[in-house]
Design a protein around this ligand. Structure first.
Ligand code: ADP
Ligand code: GLC
Length: 480
């Protein structure tokens, strides 16, 4: 089976969050199931710089008003189609925001263009290769099924995965003419969304199947609290919504072979983590004592509960814990965390910015990872934590709920516990969870047993890739 995957970020070419990890790992995990994927991605400067000897596959002289070229290239075991459109993607700044952190004003056109290019490839415009199915991810490529529905070309089956419903691609109705869709696409069944244009909304209406990245989140987004305005649309498609939990690339995230950590180890050589712990202590300027180091590797946003963390930092320190925080995002949250580090030198360390190697070292050297998310579609850092023996302390929501087994009495007795869950997601809830972690940490036998249990748990793509493959097959055999 041939699949066209369309994503605005794919590891290792470009990454701002978990979407990139998933879009990079899934095609590789699907290969054993006979799925051959080509992945369409925008030609951002970082992408154009990284790729070698691409082949021109398709010229699009007027892609929503600008010229574009589709290039094909193999990179890191992934078959890429790169949409080289300098007017849209050749910019300083990130994939979505400029150097000052502001959304590009023409994001609607940049990602409608990506989606339209995907729909053109799906329609067979690229000589020699036509997919059997299209898989789009999040709002940035949610317009692929919309274009497939409204353009006068044969329609293929399509899957749209919701990685985070908080980002919806909602724009003023004035952009509608620029999308070059027929007038009736601006309707309830199409992309009209509370009088605006909604990219994700349009994708939800037109894709043949919807998936999201954990079973719990699949249920949550049916409610007003988590659906963020789209719960009604999703409820009308609930018969076609699948919650499939993310896996991780266990070659890249393997403590036995990871080149980004100071000392490799496995479940039988856990003591060797001490070398990594020492590096973390040095990097974050922490005191070298026996108290646990709690780490955070996160976007600094309200979603991730980083305000709660800032609120309880002092109490964590008073309990004898240390904090090592790596994050980028909201300047106000960053400021609050830096202020905590200033108050508690040697106990709280903050590293601002995006640092992939450091994120590996922290999982390999810290004792626990705190994830106090208010909502979390899946979450990947708790899965990396499991694999690296860095105990997850997580909010009981979404994928965090589905992937961590709480160290309650029964969980400990049965020796199945892999971390700590807490609810409600408040400062007090978080604090109590840290208190429980501190308590468990005193009993090294129990702690080690939990680390080992986590390292043994299956966080690979195996079963989930099989579910995607089965979904693809059923859609292809059904026809669009
Ligand atoms: P989200 O996609 O919502 O940000 P996930 O947990 O799914 O959350 O994925 C986050 C990914 O980004 C993980 O791979 C994590 O290690 C990585 N990450 C987040 N912040 C940083 C950072 N400051 N430096 C390096 N990696 C980071
Ligand atoms: C989103 C979600 C995160 C999920 C990731 C990959 O960024 O916020 O929970 O793990 O997508 O699916």
């Amino acid at each position: 089976m041939k699949v066209l995957s369309v994503s605005s970020e794919v590891f290792p070419l470009i990454k701002t969050g978990g979407l990139a990890d998933v879009a990079g790992a899934l095609p590789i995990a699907l290969k054993p199931y006979g799925v051959e994927t080509k992945t369409l991605i925008p030609g951002y400067p970082a992408v154009m710089k990284a790729i070698r000897d691409p082949v021109v596959r398709l010229e699009l002289p007027d892609l929503l008003g600008e010229p574009a070229t589709v290039l094909e290239v193999e990179h890191a075991g992934i078959s890429f189609l790169v949409l080289d459109a300098p007017a849209y993607y050749s910019r300083t700044g990130g994939p979505y925001v400029d150097a000052t952190g502001k959304d590009y004003p023409d994001n609607w056109r940049r990602f409608a263009a990506l989606s339209l290019a995907g729909a053109e490839i799906a329609a067979g415009l690229m000589p020699g290769w036509r997919p059997d199915l299209v898989h789009a991810h999040d709002w940035q490529s949610a317009m692929v099924p919309v274009y497939m529905r409204y353009y006068p070309t044969p329609e293929l089956p399509s899957v749209l995965t919701i990685h985070n419903i908080a980002f919806q691609g909602q724009f003023g109705a004035d952009i509608f003419p620029g999308l070059r869709l027929p007038a009736h696409a601006f309707s309830m069944e199409g992309i009209e969304y509370y009088g605006d244009v909604g990219f994700l909304k349009g994708g939800l209406q037109t894709a043949h199947a919807l998936t999201t990245v954990s079973p719990s989140y699949a249920e949550e987004i049916l409610t007003p609290e988590f659906g963020m305005g789209l719960e009604g649309v999703i409820a009308s498609k609930a018969y076609n919504l699948y919650g499939i939990v993310n896996g991780i690339d266990d070659d890249i995230w393997n403590p036995e072979t990871d080149p980004m950590i100071a000392q490799t180890y496995n479940v039988t050589t856990l003591k060797d983590r001490a070398v990594n712990r020492q590096r973390v202590i040095e990097h974050f300027g922490l005191e070298n004592d026996d108290g646990p180091i709690f780490c955070v590797v996160s976007r600094l946003t309200w979603q991730k509960g980083m305000d709660l963390l800032a609120e309880v930092a002092t109490e964590i320190v008073h309990m004898g814990g240390k904090l090592a925080i790596l994050g980028a995002g909201d300047p106000a949250l960053e400021g609050a965390l830096f202020a905590a580090a200033g108050r508690h030198r040697g106990r709280v360390g903050v590293s601002a910015g995006y640092n992939e190697p450091m994120s590996h070292l922290m999982q390999a050297g810290c004792d626990a990872i705190i994830i106090p998310s208010r909502f979390e579609p899946c979450g990947l850092t708790q899965l990396y934590g499991l694999r690296y023996g860095c105990l997850p302390v997580v909010a009981r929501t979404g994928g965090l709920n589905d992937t961590i087994i709480d160290a309650n009495h029964a969980g400990l007795q049965a020796k199945v516990a892999t971390g700590i869950q807490f609810s409600p997601v408040t400062a007090e809830g978080l604090l109590q969870a840290v208190r429980r972690a501190m308590h468990l940490f005193q009993d090294r036998k129990v702690w080690t047993q939990m680390q080992k249990q986590g390292m043994k748990s299956d966080v690979s793509w195996g079963r989930s890739a099989e579910r995607y493959a089965a979904l693809y097959s059923s859609l292809v055999s059904r026809g669009a």
